[in-house]
Design a protein around this ligand. Sequence first.
Ligand SMILES: [Zn+2]
Length: 63
Amino acid sequence: MPNKNGHELFTPAEVMSDPKHNGEFDRDGEPSQLYVHVVDGGLSVCRHCREYEAGLDEPCTCN
Ligand SMILES: [Zn+2]
């Protein structure tokens, strides 16, 4: 699993295969931000604290 400073990162394949995230929209009717970030944007997002990009430069606080 990708890991940076203790952050465990979602993988695009994981997000696409997860029923909670693989829809076009979340329960508020907005596009799933996780899906947009990870799958469409190719960003690294932490599964614990949902930090991404510059936020990953700080150690994960969830461990
Ligand atoms: Zn984290």
